[in-house]
Design a protein around this ligand. Sequence first.
Ligand code: HEC
Length: 114
Amino acid sequence: MAIPGCMRTMKRVLLILSLILLMPIIVWADAAPDGAALFKSNCAICHGPDGKGQTATGKSLKVKDLGSKDVQKKSNADLQTTISDGKGSMPAYKGKLDQAGIDALIAFIRTLKK
Ligand code: HEC
């Protein structure tokens, strides 16, 4: 019988096709920015891995504890502006991080709240 064989091949082709179609979604989900990792690689040098700013650079620049009320009372839009445009000695990250990265960092900063 030719038809069942043909169906089997078609099923296999469909299975492979759907795997190929799903692949980018899986990879994309994997590549969603990790706020904690971004913070560690971009911000921890001044703000410390825990955001408290207890690093040599952080102390000399007098950075605030990012978990403190002072910083946590700011809106996401304020944090966004500081991160993308910089502020005082705080460098601007506009060209370095995309919006998804900045969003992930803001979410990470919110986890530092006491
Ligand atoms: C070169 C050191 C340095 C690095 C690197 C740095 N910051 Fe800062 N950051 C500062 C300083 C200094 C301030 C205080 C700025 C001021 O109030 O004048 C600050 C302030 C902040 C504030 C408080 C904003 C406010 O309005 O008071 C946030 C939030 C912040 N930084 C987030 C980040 C994030 C997220 C990163 C990484 C993408 C980062 N910083 C990297 C030095 C740094």
